[in-house]
Ligand binder design. Structure first.
Ligand SMILES: [Zn+2]
Ligand SMILES: [Zn+2]
Length: 218
């Protein structure tokens, strides 16, 4: 079965990406995967933005399938994006592409101050000082995201741009323009900040300004 984007038929499902409920009738993204515990497929639900951030390859496939098969472009345009901003299909597609081109980027799971000085940065391997801002990471395996450490805010560039992975073709992604391609390939501090803000909604504007300063000074 292909991945889907459709209105939620109930308000019971929780988003795999952020842990919050997906409201009834709100659009949801369903990633269809093989059930590791038995026969057949299962569907893992996400808010569209959470899917674009954390499961970019499947999300692009879902967008392609949805747009082609039932033409629900208008529905997709109504998705609330963090850019509150930009509310566009193009925005979601760009976020997915940036994630595809920077395979560690979808691991971002927010940010916080280090409660102790014991954790080591996954990028530079140095300790993260107590009370320093750190970006939290998760690792995806068979439908579940598990905590997988932290990086210094200032280490984002080396960590997320460190891997230059040759991209294989993604279904439905063949007709992008040069401008769209560029949007999917350059990583900017602001993109990291948006992901951090999305997955740590409790951060205050002051917190975000401090994190932003750390991102931009690196
Ligand atoms: Zn979510
Ligand atoms: Zn570091």
């Amino acid at each position: 079965m292909p991945h889907v984007i459709e209105p939620a038929t109930s308000g019971r499902a929780k988003c795999r990406g952020c842990g919050e409920k997906i409201a009834k009738d709100e659009l949801r993204f369903g990633e269809v995967t093989e059930n590791p515990y038995g026969d057949g497929d299962r569907t893992l639900w996400f808010h569209p933005v959470c899917g674009a951030y954390k499961r970019p390859e499947s999300f692009i496939e879902a967008m392609a399938a949805t747009l082609v098969e039932d033409g629900s472009v208008a529905d997709l345009e109504a998705i609330e994006t963090p850019a509150a901003r930009g509310e566009t299909i193009a925005w979601l597609r760009d976020q997915s592409r940036v994630g595809l081109n920077h395979p560690l980027l979808p691991r971002i799971d927010g940010a916080g101050r280090a409660p102790t000085g014991r954790a080591h940065c996954r990028s530079c391997r140095e300790p993260i000082d107590k009370d320093d801002w750190r970006i939290g990471l998760v690792y995806y395996d068979e439908g579940y995201f598990s905590p997988s450490g932290f990086i210094h805010v200032g280490c984002w560039r080396g960590y997320f741009e460190g891997e230059d992975v040759e991209r294989t073709g993604v279904e439905g992604d063949g007709e992008r323009t040069a401008g769209e391609r560029a949007a999917g390939e350059s990583l900017e501090a602001g993109m990291v900040l948006e992901r951090v803000a999305h997955f740590s909604p409790a951060l205050t504007p002051t917190d975000l300004a401090e994190i932003d300063g750390g991102l931009r000074s690196s």
